[in-house]
Design a protein around this ligand. Structure first.
Ligand code: GLA
Length: 448
């Protein structure tokens, strides 16, 4: 059975165009990163406690497999003799390798079945053991002013591989002016890509250059994902001058403090560039960090999922409210993100209403299933008619006029699973009431 399913997965994946050929991120990567909650206040203990809490809350079983250290893990300087990177000994007294080993061992310790099928470049999904990642920067310094990797790519990649690193987030600060054209950015980020590949260890490569020079055009063959905007802010839609661009295309100053709904806008035209192994990264999640309401975090999670962003949690996993846990474990939404069709949803229309806008999005999944979603960024509840000629515009008239069984993916069915059946609908879904900052999302399956 196992062999048969491995073979089927192989055939499915072999027929698709893919990005960086390291066999990783066939679906968007999932995990947790230190930065959004802890900033530079990180330590071996807090990271290990988080890794354990991920197992205890069954997050690893849902696919959240990477435990990622962001900036500020570094010692004040590299090893003066070898030039190799060194960890801060107060924060990581046993060094990074010991922590990576502990994280790797965690999934096994709780008695979960650890199955890895290697078939050429294919590694199976569903391995419940945790993976470990680290951060560096394609510049002289990191954004937190620790030593960067520019000019040290080979020794850094080699050291990470020796430490057992499975994932590198690679940032863009202090880049010595080597940006401003796609070629300059490409060369700087490709140097680390080649160095990682040369180690022989599969290391997921997450480029974090905030959309500068259009990484969706130059990064798909060298990276598994690329950030499309300045840093996210834990806020629904507030404009902040430090995130000045109105579109990710030709943005000259990505900045930071980009509100969540603004990043959805930035991402809207970029779905066409995503594919297996190569994803638009809308930045790490803020769910559970306290700056947004329940409905706003539902919008955040839904859009990161349907736009096929990596789902990297950024909250304190050791101390979560039931609402936070409920949002990040909605399996119906995660399944859309991880759907093998690898097809991001597209915005079908956007209409201004006082104080914001309404937008309709739709996309397709494998096995003739479809999703559509409605977002209301305005301060008031709105009533909307959704026309299936808009939802199924890519599929043509037969699809637009046939009946569909719909389910609401933010309500539960009678057995407590996400996705409440709503009945059969043809032509439209009328008089949908959508609250302020709310997202509603439906699964549509052709009905007999
Ligand atoms: C940049 C990145 C963030 C984070 C910080 C760390 O701002 O975009 O995601 O990694 O650096 O200093």
């Amino acid at each position: 059975m196992l062999l048969l399913s491995a073979l089927l997965t192989f055939i499915l994946h072999a027929s698709k165009v893919r990005g960086l050929d390291n066999g990783l991120a066939i679906t968007p990567q999932m995990g947790w990163n230190t930065y959004n909650h802890f900033g530079c206040d990180i330590s071996e203990t807090s990271i290990l406690n988080t890794a354990k809490a991920m197992v205890a809350n069954n997050l690893t079983k849902l696919g959240y497999e990477y435990v990622l250290i962001d900036d500020c893990w570094q010692a004040p300087a590299r090893d003066p003799n070898t030039g190799a990177p060194v960890a801060n000994s107060d924060k990581f007294p046993r060094g990074i390798k010991a922590l990576a080993d502990d994280v790797h061992a965690l999934g096994m310790k709780v008695g979960q079945l650890h199955v890895t099928i290697s078939f050429g470049w294919l590694t199976s999904r569903g391995d419940p053991s945790q993976k470990f990642g680290i951060y560096s920067n394609a510049g002289k310094l990191t954004c937190g002013s620790r030593f960067g990797s520019l000019g040290h790519e080979e020794i850094d990649a080699k050291t990470y591989a020796e430490w057992g690193v499975d994932y590198l987030k690679y940032d863009n600060c202090y880049n010595e002016g080597q940006a401003g054209t796609p070629k300059l950015s490409f060369d700087r980020f490709a140097a680390m890509s080649y160095a990682l590949n040369a180690t022989g260890r599969p290391i997921l490569y997450s480029v974090c250059n905030w959309g500068e020079d259009g990484p969706w055009n130059f990064a798909p063959t060298i990276a598994n994902s690329w950030r499309i905007s300045g840093d996210i802010m834990d806020n629904f839609g507030r404009f902040d001058e430090r995130c000045p661009c109105t579109s990710a295309l030709d943005c000259k100053l990505p900045g930071f403090n980009c509100a969540m709904a603004r990043i959805i806008d930035f991402a809207a035209p970029l779905g066409q560039k995503a594919r297996q192994g190569a994803w638009n990264d809308l930045d790490m999640l803020e769910i559970g960090n306290g700056g947004m309401t329940y409905d706003e975090y539902v919008s955040h999670f839904t859009f990161w999922s349907i736009l096929k962003s990596p789902l990297i949690l950024g909250n304190d996993i050791t101390n979560m409210s039931p609402e936070t846990l409920e949002i990040i474990t909605n399996k119906a939404i995660i399944d859309i993100n991880q759907d093998p069709a690898a097809s991001p949803a597209t915005r079908r229309w956007k209409r201004s209403v006082p104080g914001g806008d309404l937008s309709l999005w739709s996309g397709s999944l494998v096995n003739y299933r479809f999703i559509f979603a409605l977002l209301n960024t305005s301060p008031k509840s709105q009533t909307v008619d959704i026309d299936f000629t808009d939802v199924f515009v890519d599929q043509g008239t037969v699809y637009q006029h046939q009946p569909y069984a719909l389910s609401d993916l933010w309500q539960k069915d009678a057995s407590g699973n996400w996705g409440k059946p709503l009945g059969t609908f043809q032509g439209s879904l009328s008089k949908v009431v959508i609250g302020s900052h709310q997202t509603k999302i439906w699964m549509a399956v052709p009905a007999p």
